[in-house]
Design a protein around this ligand. Structure first.
Ligand code: NAD
Length: 730
């Protein structure tokens, strides 16, 4: 069975159909490349063939490239991975160029056979790069289909000609958002943007493409004709100059210079724009090779693509029968409960949403109504869809309504007594197979499970706020939680299309355990006299989405105070209170963060964040001597990373993939690094241990090298080398 098959009809049209056996969506493998090339060779050599249509045997065209291709290319030239990659890429370019030139005379551009792409649905990555090499792209009018080049999202860029062709087709300005942001469009929008050429009825897409190839169309690409000018101007043209200066500033502003792929992409665009097409392709391949060899790209692909997908597919799911949720009961219709009800209903799950008062339950349901209204205003939903989704949510105060639920998610106040009371009330109604989950962010699961009549069926399902936007869900096993409960939680997370990690029960679980030290490190630096602007910029320059002070404003100062007090009460003398003075002073000043329009930052009347609040520097004046940027950055990164290492040592984390994926999706740990464990592998464990020793000596014991890291440094081991077995086996 080959991935591409060809049929020639009586009219002389060769239809090449891409249909990878056993996959719901086509992905391109090395074998696929060979199959495609041999079909193209046969069609071009066959005098009976007048034109070619490339389409798919599925309802989508293709989801992208099998990223294992990259590993295979790297390995193909022995100890010279750059050569293996460059050779592999240029071979792929040869196939695409063969499609584009289609047998035309290289000098006169005469002859050649028209080749059209007919896309029945979604076409992503290489799934769009192949069509871009064709002479015309037809897409079925399917509003759900997504068309685009999302490579930048996983730390690479479109390196199979997509960058060079899109820029030459649309101009650098119009191509920029598609390339730099990985923006995906439905077919109508993709046509309006100039990415594809025709949108036709779904059942006609191949027929229209055939009609076109038989119409003797002009097939020479503009860039293969004499006198080609790039739309919007080449870089040395005044208009082009403005574009490139602007794009360069924009990229650096957005990425703070930490993402190699964005810079490499811009370089490929800029340098490629100044030379003929075939040279531009070589430049693109060189930059792509350099990105693929950059450890950051490798780590991002591993965490954001391969491992994220593996976790979503249940890499750590216990081997028990399907536990799909048919009806979920959500107790507490506040901020979290309302969000959980929304994402459940959007996934088609029936919801019983309970609160102490009917108004509160209704208010929780209104959150879904408001969400759908926004969707209707943006033409992403219809009033019928809204009614259908709302019809799935039963907002009530009546616990009897829970009797047919197979999963409960409790999201009432963060109070052991209230939660225990609710657990008993729920379990008086639900059946013996119902799984009970709590959304607590701070209370131990094992402790809360004591209120349950079956601790095996009790588990933590910890969502992040806002529930509809945050993709991570942290599943927490209590001491007695059983496999069925874990499988239930994982199957639920899969239904609502989020990414799960499964961790064991320790204070603050995993995500909060790591993010709190980051916040605390930032605040204690204020007290030490480090310039607040240095703290915030150091964080952003190392790839954190928010500086620690801004993050505190967003999550609120009173929450910080509450957590500080509770942690102190629990830890006693072991509690390190260095950040509390600043935090409590802010609280006493009534500066509670964004919600009070005043915090570490100043805000205008409309809530727009202004600069850092001047009163902060007035109270905590800056020391005469400021630390080096790298010291501030390492303090902020190691504060989180060492906590992740300790979580692994203590078996809170059982799989470093979850540690890395959870860190990026849960709190935005510098995504360019691939996560805390990937970061330690990038800098190397010996250097990491040496830095921790220095930081511990200068700033305190909290940076003390954990025993595991010390041992790995002594043996020059990497985390993925040592703990990757589980990851490698998947
Ligand atoms: P919230 O105050 O917005 O909502 C709590 C809701 O529970 C309220 O509507 C309240 O009326 C209801 N409630 C209280 N006691 C009840 C009872 N006995 N029976 C029925 N309903 C009752 O709080 P929230 O921010 O949604 O947090 C809820 C839970 O989620 C807490 O355990 C919290 O720690 C956890 N959590 C919060 C966040 C966050 O960012 N806010 C993130 C993750 C987890």
């Amino acid at each position: 069975m080959t991935d591409f098959t060809m049929k020639i009809d009586a009219d002389g049209v060769a239809t090449i159909t891409w249909d990878v056996a056993g996959k719901s969506m086509n992905v391109l493998s090395l074998q696929g490349w060979e199959d495609l090339e041999s079909c193209i060779d046969m069609a071009l050599a066959d005098d009976a063939v007048k034109g070619i249509v490339i389409t798919s045997g599925k309802d989508t065209f293709a989801g992208g490239m099998d990223l294992n291709i990259i590993a295979k290319m790297k390995a193909s030239a022995g100890d010279n991975p750059a050569k293996g990659l460059m050779d592999g890429l240029m071979k792929s370019h040869g196939i695409l160029r063969k499609i584009e030139r289609a047998g035309m005379d290289p000098k006169t551009n005469k002859g050649g056979k028209p080749i059209a792409a007919a896309l029945p649905g979604t076409a992503l990555g290489i799934g769009l790069e192949i069509p871009l090499a064709c002479h015309r792209i037809f897409a079925a009018d399917n509003p759900k289909a997504k068309i685009g080049l999302p490579e930048i999202m996983v730390g690479i860029f479109p390196g199979m000609g997509g960058t060079t062709r899109l820029v030459r087709k649309l101009g650098a300005m119009a191509a920029s958002p598609l390339l730099l942001e990985g923006k995906l469009n439905n077919p109508q929008k993709a046509k309006a943007a100039g990415v594809i050429d025709e949108v036709v009825d779904a059942d006609e897409v191949v027929a229209k493409a055939k009609e076109w190839v038989l119409s003797e169309p002009k097939i020479v690409k503009p860039w293969d004709e004499k006198g080609y000018k790039m739309p919007g101007g080449a870089p040395y043209h005044p208009a082009g100059f403005m574009t490139f200066v602007g794009a360069s500033a924009m990229v650096n502003g957005k990425t703070q210079g930490v993402y190699p792929a964005a810079k490499a992409l811009l370089s490929a665009v800029y340098e490629g724009a100044m030379v003929p097409f075939d040279t531009a392709i070589k430049i693109e391949a060189r930059w792509f090779t350099s990105v693929l060899l950059n450890p950051s790209s490798e780590a991002m692909i591993r965490s954001l693509f391969i491992n994220k997908e593996a976790l979503e597919k249940g890499a750590n799911r216990p081997d028990v029968a399907d536990q799909k949720v048919s009806q979920v009961g959500i107790i507490g219709a506040g901020m979290m409960g309302a969000g959980i009800a929304l994402v459940s209903a959007l996934a088609g799950i029936k919801v019983v949403l309970i609160d102490a008062k009917q108004e509160a339950a209704d208010k929780g349901k209104d959150y879904t109504a408001a969400y759908m209204d926004k969707g209707i205003a943006r033409k992403k939903a219809t009033p019928e869809k809204k009614e259908a989704i709302l019809g799935l949510i039963n907002a009530t105060t009546d616990y009897d309504a829970l009797k047919d639920c197979d999963l409960i998610v409790e999201a009432v106040f963060e109070d052991v007594g209230v939660k225990a009371d609710v657990t008993a009330k729920v379990q008086a109604v639900t059946g013996p197979d119902c799984i009970f989950a709590t959304n607590t962010s701070t209370l131990p699961i094992t402790e809360l499970a004591k209120a349950s009549n079956d601790a095996e069926k009790f588990i933590g399902i910890h969502f992040f706020s806002p529930v509809d936007k945050m993709m991570l869900v942290e599943i927490i096993k209590g001491a007695q939680t059983g496999d069925v409960a874990v499988a239930k939680a994982l199957d639920f997370v899969r239904q609502i299309r989020k990414t799960p990690i499964v961790v064991n029960d320790e204070r603050f679980f995993y995500a909060n355990r790591c993010i709190i030290p980051y916040i605390n490190e930032g605040i204690r630096m204020v007290k030490e006299g480090v310039e607040p602007a240095l703290i915030e910029n150091a964080a952003k320059l190392v790839g954190m989405p928010l500086g620690p002070l801004q993050l505190t404003d967003e999550t609120s100062i009173d929450l910080g105070v509450k957590i500080a007090k509770a942690t102190k009460a629990a830890m006693g003398d072991a509690y390190d209170d260095a950040q509390d003075e600043v935090l409590f002073w802010m609280f006493d000043e009534g500066r509670l963060g964004r919600k009070s329009n005043s915090g570490f930052y100043a805000y205008d009347d409309k809530g727009k964040r202004q600069g850092l609040w001047e009163g902060l520097s007035a109270k905590y004046s800056a020391a005469d001597e400021q630390p080096d940027l790298i010291d501030v950055q390492h303090r902020l990164l190691f504060a989180q990373t060492l906590e992740a290492v300790r979580a692994l040592e203590e078996n809170v984390l059982e799989d470093i993939r979850e540690g890395d994926v959870g860190a990026i999706l849960g709190w935005g740990f510098a995504p360019w690094s691939g996560g805390p464990f990937s970061w330690l592998d990038i800098i190397g464990t010996p250097y990491a241990a040496e830095r921790c020793d220095q930081l511990a000596e200068t700033y305190g014991e909290r940076f003390k090298t954990p025993a595991l890291l010390r041992e790995m440094a002594d043996k020059t081991q990497s985390f993925y080398g040592r703990f990757g077995t589980k990851a490698n086996a998947a």
